[in-house]
Ligand binder design. Structure first.
Ligand code: ADP
Length: 758
C-alpha cells in the first residue's frame, strides 16, 4: 500500500516534473517572446520617444495656436461688446424711431417731413388717408405737388426753410375733397446745426371751417332772428301803439260820447227842472218828473261808465290834499236829507271825535264812496234808519286808519249773492233793476276806489234785516290846515252875493250855466271866449270864473295863463271840462286853475266848489242843522225876509224891470197864500201841494232863504203823501207868514222904486 502510494506519488511527481519541464520550456519560449517583445517594446519606445518629440513640438504649436485663439477671443469679445453696444444703440434708436413715429402718427392731420429740396422723406397715416395715396407712392415725391396751388405751396415750404418756422399758412390739398389746411412747418437740424429737413403739419381745418361756417350761418341766422325779432318788436310796438291808440280812442270815444250825451242830457234835465218850476198840470208834472228821473239815472250811468273807463285805463288817480273829515261827511250826508224825508227814514251820523280834524287824502273819492253806499242804503231801505259811522280804527304818529260803515235796515242781500255784488253789472236779484233801478256798477266802482288806496271793503247782510257796508282807509296826518279845499261843503245860504264870470262859447251851455247860477242866487256874466273874459275881467269885479277849456279865439288854458301871469290875478278859476279822464285835469292845475268840474255840471258840487273857493267852508254838524237857531242864522237879514240883491243883479238894477218882477210876485203870491191856507184847512191835498209847488221858484228870486224853499218842498211832499201832522201845520203857517211878510216888504220896495223914477 505505501508502495502504491509512493508509486502514485512518484508518477505524480514525474508528471509534475514533466509538467514543470514543459512549463520551463514554455517559460523559455515565453522568455524568448518576451525578449522579442522587449526588443519590440524598446523599438516601440524609441518610436514613442520620437513620436513624443513630434507631439511636444505639436503641443508647442498647439499652445501657440491656443494663445492666438485667446487673443482672437479677446478681439471677438471686444467685437461682441461692440456688437452688443451697437445692438443697444440700435434698440435705443428704434425706440426713438418708434417715438418719432408715434409722434408722427399721433397727428390726425397730414404730417410730412420734407428735404430742403421739397421731397417728401416721411409721412404719417393721416397723409395716406387724406391724400388717398400709398406711402410708397408719396415718399420722395415733391411735397408741393399735393396742393391745388403748388406755387403757393412751394413758396410756403421755401418760407419754412428760410424762416425755420411758419405757422398757419393756408393751403388746399389736391385730394378729392379739396381739404383746406393750415400749414405749420418747422425745420430740423443735424448735430452741427445744419438744416436737414422740415416737419410740416397740414392742419385740416374742415371742422373749423364747418364750425366757422356754422358760426357765420348762426351769426347770419342770429342777425336774421334779430331782424325778425326787431320786426316783431316793431310790430309788437305798433300793436301796442294800436292797442294804446285803441284805448285812447276808446277813452276819446267815451269822452266824446259822454260829452255829446251829457250836453243834451244836461239841457234836458236843466230845462226839465226849469219847466217843473212853472205852472203845470198834474199829468205834465208827472211826465216831466219821469223825464228828469230818467235823465238823472242816465247821467249817473254815464258817470259810472266813465269812472270804470278811467279804472280800465289806469287813469284813476287819487289826490293827497288836506281836508276836514267831519265837515266832508256832514256836508255829504246833507245831500240825502230830502230823499230821507221822502222815504220817511232816519239818517244817523256817528262820528268819532278822536279822529284828527285835518287829514290828507282824496275827499272827492271818499265822498264818491260814501255817496254810493248811502245811495244804496236809501234805495234798498223802506223803513227804519241808516247809520253812517266813522270810527278811528288805529292811529300812529303819521297816519290814522279810519273805519267807515253804512248800516241800513233794508231788504238785505241773499248770502249766495254777496260775493258777486262788487263785480261790474252785478245785482243781487234779477228783479233789482226793475224794482229799484241801478245798473250794478256802483259797488264795483266803490271797490275800485277803496282798494287802490290800500283800503278794504266788506259787507255783512241779513235778508230782510239790513246790510252793513264797511270800509277801512288810512289817511296821512298833517299839521297843516285844510285848504279851502272842501269841495263838498254844505250850502251856505248866506252866500248870495257871489258874482260869477262864465267863460263858455256854446250858447246852450251859457244859458244852462246862467240858469244854474240864477238858481243859486249868484250873479252871472257870460264871456264867449277867453279874450272877452279877460276884457271883462279888466273892467268888472268878479268873485270867481267858470272857465270852459275848448273855445275859439282864446281857450281856457291860455286865458288862465294870462289871468295868472299877466294880470297877476288870484281870482279863483274853476275849469269846466267835458272829460276828467284826459290830461286836461293835470294841465288845468299846471296853468293855475283852482279846481275843475265835469260837464254836465252837478249842481250841488258846483255850488260847493264855488262857495268853497269864494268863502271859507262852514263847519256844520248834521244833528244841528234842523235847529231853528241855525235856520235863523242862515237867513241872517234882521227883520227883513226878502233880499233884492238877486233881482238887482238880474235886472242890473233896472227899476222898470225890478218893478215888473216885484209886481209879478205881488200878483201871484196872495192867491197862493190863500190856496196854501185853504188847502191845509180843507185837507185839499192837491190844492195844498200845487200851491206849495208854485211858490218854490219865487223864493230864490226875491231872496227868501233856502230853508223856506225846502220847507215848501217838504209841504209839497207831505201833501202828496196826505200826511196831516203837527209839522205840516207849523210849516204851512211859517210859509204863509213869510210870504205875507215878503209881500209887505216887496210892496214897500215897489213903492220906493216907483217914487224914485217919478
Ligand atoms: P246798483 O245799486 O246800481 O244796482 P251796485 O253795484 O251799487 O249797483 O249794487 C249791486 C247790488 O248789490 C244791488 O243791485 C243790490 O242788489 C245789492 N245791494 C247793494 N247795496 C245794498 C243794500 N244796502 N241793501 C241791499 N242790497 C244792496
Amino acid at each position: 500500500m505505501a508502495k502504491i502510494k509512493k508509486d502514485d506519488e512518484l508518477i505524480l511527481a514525474n508528471k509534475e516534473l514533466v509538467f514543470q519541464n514543459k512549463e520551463k520550456e514554455k517559460r523559455a519560449a515565453e522568455l524568448v517572446v518576451a525578449n522579442k517583445e522587449l526588443a519590440f517594446q524598446t523599438e516601440e519606445k524609441e518610436k514613442r520617444a520620437a513620436e513624443l518629440l513630434v507631439a511636444n513640438r505639436e503641443l508647442a504649436f498647439q499652445n501657440n495656436e491656443k494663445e492666438k485663439r485667446a487673443a482672437e477671443l479677446v478681439i471677438a469679445n471686444k467685437e461682441l461688446v461692440f456688437q452688443n453696444d451697437e445692438k443697444e444703440k440700435r434698440a435705443a434708436e428704434l425706440v426713438i424711431a418708434n417715438y418719432a413715429r408715434g409722434l408722427i402718427e399721433a397727428s390726425r392731420d397730414p404730417l410730412f417731413t420734407i428735404s430742403p429740396l421739397g421731397k417728401i422723406t416721411d409721412l404719417n397715416e393721416a397723409t395716406v388717408r387724406v391724400l388717398g395715396l400709398s406711402r410708397k407712392k408719396l415718399i420722395s415725391t415733391d411735397f408741393f405737388d399735393y396742393f391745388t396751388d403748388s406755387k403757393k405751396a412751394r413758396e410756403g415750404y421755401e418760407e419754412v426753410f428760410e424762416k425755420e418756422f411758419v405757422a398757419d399758412y393756408p393751403l388746399t390739398l389736391s385730394d378729392n375733397d379739396h381739404t383746406e389746411v393750415l400749414f405749420n412747418g418747422s425745420v430740423y437740424k443735424d448735430d452741427k446745426g445744419g438744416v436737414v429737413g422740415a416737419v410740416v403739419v397740414a392742419r385740416v381745418i374742415t371742422e373749423q371751417k364747418r364750425i366757422e361756417k356754422e358760426l357765420i350761418e348762426a351769426k347770419v341766422f342770429a342777425e336774421l332772428a334779430t331782424t325778425i325779432a326787431e320786426e316783431a318788436k316793431i310790430k309788437a310796438e305798433s300793436a301796442t301803439r294800436i292797442a294804446e291808440n285803441a284805448v285812447k280812442a276808446k277813452q276819446q270815444f267815451l269822452s266824446n260820447m259822454s260829452h255829446e250825451i251829457r250836453t243834451p242830457m244836461n239841457a234836458i234835465i236843466g230845462f226839465t227842472k226849469v219847466v217843473l218850476k212853472t205852472n203845470l198840470t198834474e199829468k205834465q208834472k208827472e211826465y216831466l218828473s219821469a223825464i228828469k228821473l230818467s235823465g238823472d239815472a242816465l247821467i249817473v250811468l254815464i258817470n259810472d261808465i266813465l269812472d270804470l273807463a278811467k279804472v280800465d285805463a289806469g287813469k284813476m288817480t287819487f289826490e293827497q290834499t288836506p281836508f276836514q273829515m267831519s265837515v266832508s261827511i256832514s256836508a255829504m250826508l246833507h245831500l240825502f236829507e230830502t230823499k230821507i224825508q221822502e222815504k220817511n227814514l232816519q239818517l244817523v251820523k256817528v262820528y268819532d271825535e278822536k279822529i284828527p280834524k285835518v287829514l290828507v287824502g282824496d275827499p272827492i273819492r271818499l265822498h264818491q264812496i260814501i255817496l254810493n253806499l248811502v245811495s244804496n242804503a236809501v234805495k234798498f231801505t223802506t223803513k227804519g234808519k241808516i247809520t253812517v259811522s266813522v270810527n278811528l280804527f288805529s292811529e300812529n304818529e303819521e297816519s290814522a286808519t279810519i273805519e267807515f260803515s253804512v248800516k241800513d235796515t233794508g231788504i238785505g242781500i241773499p248770502e249766495a249773492k254777496i260775493k258777486n255784488i262788487f263785480e261790474n253789472f252785478q245785482q243781487a236779484t234779477s228783479g233789482t233793476s226793475r224794482l229799484y233801478g241801478g245798473t250794478g256798477l256802483g259797488l264795483a266802482i266803490v271797490k275800485q276806489l277803496v282798494e287802490p288806496q290800500g283800503g278794504t271793503i266788506s259787507v255783512q247782510s241779513d235778508l230782510n234785516q239790513g246790510s252793513t257796508f264797511s270800509f277801512i282807509l288810512t289817511f296821512q296826518k298833517t299839521v297843516a290846515g285844510s285848504e279851502s279845499d272842501n269841495r263838498i261843503v254844505e250850502s251856505d245860504k248866506e252866500i248870495k252875493n257871489i258874482n260869477v264870470l262864465v267863460v263858455e262859447d256854446i250858447p246852450l251851455n251859457q244859458l244852462l250855466m246862467k240858469t244854474l247860477l240864477d238858481d243859486f242866487g249868484f250873479g252871472c256874466d257870460i264871456a264867449g271866449n277867453g279874450k272877452i273874459a279877460i276884457e271883462k275881467l279888466e273892467t268888472n269885479p268878479y268873485d270867481i270864473i267858470l272857465m270852459d277849456l275848448q273855445m275859439p279865439v282864446m281857450n281856457g288854458f291860455e286865458a288862465t295863463e294870462h289871468i295868472r301871469n299877466i294880470m297877476n290875478s288870484k281870482i279863483p278859476i274853476i275849469a269846466l271840462t267835458a272829460d276828467v279822464t284826459t290830461v286836461d285835469v293835470t294841465k288845468c292845475k299846471e296853468v293855475g286853475m283852482n279846481d275843475y268840474i265835469a260837464k254836465p255840471v252837478d249842481e250841488k258840487l258846483l255850488y260847493s266848489i264855488i262857495v268853497g273857493l269864494v268863502k271859507s267852508p262852514v263847519t256844520l254838524i248834521t244833528e244841528n242843522i234842523k235847529e231853528k237857531k241855525d235856520v235863523e242864522t242862515y237867513t241872517g237879514k234882521g227883520t227883513k225876509c226878502v233880499d233884492l240883491s238877486f233881482l238887482n243883479r238880474r235886472t242890473k238894477s233896472d227899476p222898470t224891470l225890478m218893478m215888473e218882477m216885484i209886481g209879478l210876485y205881488l200878483e201871484q203870491t196872495p192867491p197862493l197864500i190863500t190856496a196854501l191856507r185853504e188847502g191845509f184847512k180843507n185837507k185839499n191835498w192837491e190844492l195844498l201841494q200845487s200851491a206849495a209847488h208854485k211858490m218854490i221858484p219865487s223864493f230864490s228870486i226875491v231872496g227868501i232863504g233856502m230853508e223856506f224853499e225846502n220847507m215848501a218842498k217838504k209841504v209839497q211832499d207831505f201833501a202828496k203823501g196826505q200826511k196831516d201832522n203837527e209839522e205840516l201845520s207849523s210849516m204851512v203857517l211859517q210859509l204863509v207868514n213869510i210870504c205875507a211878510q215878503a209881500c209887505d216888504e216887496l210892496q214897500e220896495e215897489f213903492n220906493i222904486i216907483k217914487n224914485k223914477i217919478k
